[in-house]
Design a protein around this ligand. Structure first.
Ligand code: GFB
Length: 317
């Protein structure tokens, strides 16, 4: 793989653009970048619709960001992915195309594009190594999102090859934490179950519903740990090949649900609705490339869930 850029790119003194900054990852990146002496430029989709090419390029021409964290995206959990395929495909393709192309046009020095574990084939070997991308069919519940996200990764590689742009892709595992989307239909499993457990406890309910069989395995990375790694990679990683951001540890959805009800204090029963999809049976990223760079994560699941629930109580309950 080619290596056209700098492995020693300091963010100090730079104009750093975080798009989608009201999202969970955007907020965590802001927390992380506040420890560095740089100028943080932030936009939300309400202020700047990145699906519109002219708007995206005008903004970039005017503000001249030097480093870009491309985290703006239409995202959601298994049901949202499964029921809104057009939005997941179109929005993400348009956002990536406009930001990556605009970054080249306006001379952005470094860009980090955020991928996702669901870009890998459904039957990928576990833990999933970076080089098994595009080696098999995708998980059907999220193939629209995955196809769009793979296109963004390929754009970063193509712009590096053809124009020498220092654009990299980091591929985080399932993330959770403060600032997550707590919505019963659209959210990922952790915020959805926190919301359900909180409501069930408040209502004095005897049982709480969990989608699927409870057997799928997932790994969960606390968003501030992820943001720390992303800021590190922006400054120290410059390869055409993408890099996994994971923990190398997984647990079943049943175990996650049991931990959540313990944290929230709901004492009723868990009822598994097997009519709802399970999605990928297993999705454990091989994080050895990241570990070789000396990066690991510190926050245990129960600790991270306690912090997430505290944030929920303060902001959403
Ligand atoms: O987090 P989640 O929606 O996404 O679901 P994926 C993970 C697992 O939790 C699935 C189960 O097996 C769900 O059936 N689950 C149990 C629940 N109860 C619930 C619930 O109340 N809400 C939700 N949402 N799930 C997503 C992809 O896959 O992963 C996205 O669809 C994205 O594209 C994301 O890549 C990281 O892990 O299955």
């Amino acid at each position: 793989m080619s290596d056209g850029g700098s492995k020693n790119y300091s963010l100090t003194g730079k104009r750093v653009w975080i798009n989608g900054y009201r999202g969970m990852v955007g907020q965590a990146l802001v927390r992380q970048l506040e420890t560095i002496d740089c100028e943080i430029l932030r936009t939300t989709s309400e202020e700047l619709d990145l699906r519109r090419q002219a708007d995206a390029e005008d903004w970039m021409n005017e503000k001249k960001p030097e480093a870009v964290f491309l985290c703006a995206a239409t995202v959601g959990g298994i049901l949202a992915n499964n029921t809104r395929p057009a939005e997941f495909l179109y929005d993400n393709l348009a956002i990536e195309a406009n930001v990556i192309h605009g970054a080249w046009r306006t001379g952005v020095e470094k860009l980090l594009y955020l991928g996702t574990g669901c870009m890998y084939p459904r039957e990928a070997p576990q833990p999933i190594p970076e080089d098994c991308l595009l080696t098999g069919p995708l998980e059907p519940t999220n193939e629209w999102y995955a196809v769009a996200k793979i296109a963004g990764l390929k754009m970063c590689q193509a712009y590096r090859r053809q124009y020498g742009c220092d654009f990299i892709t980091a591929l985080p595992t399932n993330l959770y934490g403060p600032g997550d989307n707590f919505d019963p239909k659209d959210s990922h499993v952790i915020p959805a179950l926190i919301l359900k457990a909180h409501a069930a406890k408040a209502d004095g309910a005897k049982a709480m519903e969990v989608w699927g069989s409870g057997t799928p395995l997932r790994e969960f990375l606390y968003v501030d740990d992820a943001a720390k790694v992303l800021v590190f990679l922006m400054q120290a990683y410059s390869e055409e090949a993408h890099i996994n951001v994971g923990l190398g540890k997984e647990l079943s959805i049943r175990e996650v649900a049991e931990t959540i009800v313990r944290v929230v204090g709901f004492e009723g029963e868990l009822v598994f609705d097997t009519k709802k999809p399970d999605g990928m049976p297993r999705k454990l990223l091989d994080a050895s490339r990241l570990s070789k760079l000396g990066q690991s994560s510190a926050t245990g699941l129960e600790d991270g869930l306690n912090r997430t629930y505290a944030w929920f109580l303060e902001n959403k309950a």
